[in-house]
Write a protein that binds this ligand. Structure first.
Ligand SMILES: [Zn+2]
Ligand SMILES: [Zn+2]
Length: 137
């Protein structure tokens, strides 16, 4: 695409995963699930000048209900910290003119309790077709 800063057609580069946010949404008190919500954003930047040109945001969810309930049978502390280790993913489908590119995030999210135990680890991944990414300029 055309970069507004370089004012020419440039290749795009996939940056690191940004704005990673992990939240535990525990709705067990109301009969619901305890879910780990993982949010992240990826950007594709101009290879020449680094200007951010396209972006996509992801929201992924992992069910931690069973692990939390099991942990709480032996733990009274019940103070949880969640985090995620994510990297970008890139793949393509098809060949030649019909080729489609996909960009996304993949990795593991985990919950650790203040008692020192790891409650659970959850693989998360999501992707978007390159043409569906939002243009930022
Ligand atoms: Zn540029
Ligand atoms: Zn614990």
């Amino acid at each position: 695409m055309r970069c507004p800063d370089c004012n020419k057609f440039v290749s795009l580069e996939l940056g690191d995963v940004e704005d990673i946010e992990v939240n535990l949404r525990d709705q067990r008190a109301g009969g619901g699930l305890a879910s780990l919500i993982v949010e992240a954003r990826i950007v594709r930047t101009c290879q020449e000048c680094g200007t951010e040109l396209k972006e996509a945001s992801f929201e992924m969810e992992a069910d931690a209900t069973a692990d939390l309930t099991a942990h709480e049978q032996n733990c009274m502390k019940r103070e949880y910290e969640s985090s995620a280790d994510l990297s970008t993913s890139e793949r393509s489908e098809g060949k030649g003119r019909g080729m489609k590119s996909f960009y996304g995030v993949e990795g593991d999210a985990k919950i650790v309790c203040a008692c020192g135990d790891e409650v659970g680890e959850y693989p998360v991944a999501d992707e978007i077709q390159a043409s569906a990414m939002e243009e930022m300029v």
